[in-house]
Structure formats: C-alpha cells, structure tokens
Design a protein around this ligand. Sequence first.
Ligand code: T4K
Length: 388
Amino acid sequence: KCRHNHLHTQGEGVRTFPQPILVTRPLLPPIPAITRRMEDIWGAQWLTNMGKQHGILEAALTQHLRVPHLSLLCNGTIALLVAGKVLDMQGEVITTPFTFAATPHAVNWTGAEPVFADIDPVTLTLDPKAVEAAITPRTTTILAVHVFGMPCDVHALAHLAAKHNLRLLYDGAHAFGLEVEHTGIGNFGDITAYSFHATKLFHTAEGGALACGSAEMHTRIERCKNFNILSEETVGGVGINGKLNELQAAVGLAVLEIMDDERERRARIAAIYREVLGQVPGVTVQPVLPQVTRESLQYFSIRIHEQEYGLSRNALHAELKKHNVLTRKYFYPLCSTFECYKKLPSSRPENLPVATRVAAECMALPFYGALPDEDATTIASMIRDMPR
Ligand code: T4K
C-alpha cells in the first residue's frame, strides 16, 4: 500500500487518491507551542473564567481583526445567542436560508422567529431588496451572514437598519480576517459573531467571539457570557455560561503564531483552483469581490451550472467521492427546508428562488494549507476533465 497520497491511475482518465481528501483539516500548531502554554496554565492553577491566556488571546485578536471591542466565547453558536440576548432580538428576524443550521437556530433559541429572505446571485449573501420587502411591524433585527467569507452589502444593510430602526447582527463565522475597504469586517453592524471551530482557519478547537463598536454593548456581552454576574453578591440579569477556557485560548495563541503561513498556503491553493477552473464552461469559482481588501481564505466554493457543464453538482459530488475527493454540498439543503422551519411562510421556495438554485449548484472544495499544490491541481483538473 502506498504510504503517500500519490494518485493511482486506473485506465483512461480515472484517477483516484489512495486516501480520502477531506474538505478541510484543522490547522495543527507544533506540539511544543501547546505544551509550553499548558505548563503556564498548570503553573497558574487557573483553567477558565477569564485567565491569563484568555486575556492575551483577546487582546491579540482585537488587534488582528482591527475591531474596537472583542469578547471571546466558547463557540460560534453561543456567541450568536449572547449577541441575540444583548440586542434583545425578539419578534421577527430576517435572515438567509443559505447558511449553516446554527444561524436560524440561534434566532429560534433566543425566542424570535426566523424570516427567510432571498440572496444575491453573486455574493450569495442576503439581498437587501429582499430584506426590505420582508420587513413588517414585528421585525426587530437583520441577521446577515458573510457566507464563505464573501461580505454582505454592508452599506445597503446599514441603510436599511437605520431607516427601519432595526438591529443589525452579522454572522461572521466564515469571515475571520476579512476586510472590506481596509476595514475589519467586525466594524459593521451592531455586533459580529465569529466561530473558532476546528474547521475554521483560525481556531481554538471550539470557540468564538463577538466584536462590537460600542463600549456599553461590550460590557453587556462580557456580563452576559458570565451568567450576568456583576459581583460576588449581585446578578444583573439573565446570562449564560459562554466562556472560553484557558486550554482553548492556548490553542488559539499557538494557531495565531502560524496563521500567516497558513494564509499564504491557502492563497496559493485558491490561485491554483482559479487558474485551472476559471475558464471551464459551467463552473463559477468563488469571486473575490472588488470591495474586499483582505480575503478571509476560510472556504473555497464553486458553482456547477448543469446545462453548461454537462453534469449536476450532485453528480459531480458523487463522482469526486468515488475518487476519494470529499467535497461538501454547503449549504444544501437550505435551512428553510429543515423540519423545524419549513412551515414558516417565508420558507416557500417561491420566496427564495435564488437561494434554492444556488443550494443545488454550490459545493465547497478541499481547502487547507497542508493540501499539497499537486493535489489541488489534480482535484481541479478532475473537475475540468470529468467525463460528461
Ligand atoms: N454560523 C455559520 C455560518 C457557520 O458556518 C457556523 C459553523 C456557525 C455559525 C456556528 O459556529 P460553531 O458553533 O460551530 O463555532 C462544520 C463545523 O462544525 C461548523 O463549525 C461550521 N460552521 C460548519 C460549516 O462546518 P460540519 O457538520 O460540516 O462538520 P464535520 O464534522 O462534517 O467536519 C467538516 C470536515 O472537517 C470533515 O470533512 C472532517 C474535517 N474535520 C473536522 C473536525 C471537527 C477534521 O479533519 N478534524 C476535525 O477535528 O460542521
């Protein structure tokens, strides 16, 4: 058996990787970078509740993401819940169906009702026109997602929020490091939620954060994530345990040290995918939008237009799987089709024509720094040359 992941060629054009290539692998810092910090944690006998590693990481990320205020949380979903709580997210919340389950779940879990609006066919983020059409007297919040690191139309959404007196919450789970017009993405809207899950470029195994512009909001977030404890004898309101522990923070600090190299590797893989797939009829590669001045490099998505390409996205996904390339159909099925949301009036496919089409066309390609250039070239060539 071959030790390396060399290709096995089995006759005409059929090439198979000996081991499965997954859509992503976590970025793993060298073990000594972790153990060094573990010794520090053991020495301090301080494992959680805003310890030293937590403080160092929070300061480092505030700077890295170029945001005014940042709070670490235990994962991206709890980050969204805490944001929903401090924004008093009630009534109807307009959001996108083209996202991970966590987005509408966070709305439901805070006691509000998700209202799905359609997406833009290029950025795949909420279409501001569809958002405006969905506003009712019960609407309190817009929850928009920078899906695959493609920024929402932040100016149009800010305008809508101001005009209709709505809160604007961003799910930035895919948008770590993203900058628009030289501004960290966490500067837009009232609050931006990040995920630091193991599958993200920057991660703490499990983790997340909330960025916001207002010091007062920041204080509310800090209290809410720690049971809303104000002092040993005072609890100021309803809170939750949303804390990131010292071990997670240590992982984050070690990951941060190797982030630049990882970003370089991913930029190279994205360039390979774009070069090989850019001109293939029926394949649209994820665009870099003109307003983006720093990419997030967390996901690489393509869209397959069946008529022009000659195979459906589903068929291509299945073919690649046969050859050990495990792409993912993010985000299919749409959240609006989930059992818990499908009866909502806004979930009707007629209300979501673009999202419905995109969910059938889109797929995420393997994208992580440890993927060798040759493998990225092979994967892209397989998509280009797939018999059809
Ligand atoms: N909002 C949005 C828009 C999100 O995308 C997410 C999370 C959230 C909010 C919530 O944030 P968190 O609460 O998760 O912090 C994965 C992630 O678990 C999830 O964080 C992420 N979005 C979502 C898009 O992807 P699954 O169910 O697809 O993960 P799974 O287990 O299939 O893993 C994906 C691939 O990664 C697999 O091929 C295996 C590989 N993998 C995974 C892990 C955990 C590894 O190689 N090593 C690992 O340790 O959800």
